[in-house]
Ligand binder design. Structure first.
Ligand code: ZN
Length: 201
């Protein structure tokens, strides 16, 4: 079952238009799949790939961002010496403006933008269950996700009553020991590679 769910999540995560990470989450009850969610912006709003674009060319990656006034403001706050662009309609290659800091600028701006506009896979999963009218108590539902939950999602899932989460890999920004500690405090049992997660990846 676990293997099948993670294969399903790997397929669904490709639907994500996020240029940061592709995450999918599933809810399972009594070995039955209740629903799937993946990370992205709310329906009928601008997708991540309309604002950010990573283009891999052999061994080098180019970073493009759509220049808009909000991103310009954040770039200035982050001390990136970004020239204000006269034309806000097109994507620009970051390298042309900040040279070898292109990746840093891209990750920094994407982090800001994503926090403000993107909904994580776990939350979209819950919204999908609600839209379907699911009324199964969440303490009987097991959550699966290809990448471990962030602090916000972990807290929100605990608030919903979720008791068990399985993940395939630890999110690169997360500290495994802190993730373990937070889950313990929130009374959530984490499972990694089918075994109880003990704070090391
Ligand atoms: Zn994104």
């Amino acid at each position: 079952m676990e293997k099948l769910i993670f294969e399903t999540l790997a397929t669904w995560s490709t639907q994500s238009k996020c240029q940061g990470s592709h995450v999918a989450a599933a809810a399972v009850h009594n070995n039955r799949l209740l629903g799937i969610g993946y990370n992205g912006t709310p329906r009928k709003t601008r997708n991540c790939d309309e604002v950010f674009k990573k283009v891999v060319n052999g061994d080098k990656t180019e970073y493009y961002i759509l220049f808009d006034s909000e991103l310009d403001k954040w770039a200035a706050e982050g001390n990136f010496n970004l020239k204000i662009m006269p034309d806000y309609s097109a994507m620009r290659n970051c390298t042309d403006y900040v040279g070898d800091k292109a990746k840093d600028l891209f990750n920094y701006l994407h982090g800001k933008w994503s926090t403000k506009y993107e909904v994580h896979a776990e939350m979209n999963l819950i919204f999908n269950l609600l839209k379907q009218g699911c009324n199964i108590p969440m303490d009987q539902v097991v959550i699966y996700t290809n990448i471990s939950p962030c602090d916000q999602c972990l807290k929100n899932l605990a608030g919903l009553g979720v008791k068990e989460i399985h993940f395939k890999e630890v999110y690169w920004r997360s500290n495994p020991a802190e993730l373990y500690q937070a889950a313990k405090r929130l009374n959530i049992n984490l499972f990694y590679k089918g075994e109880p997660f003990l704070g090391s990846a």
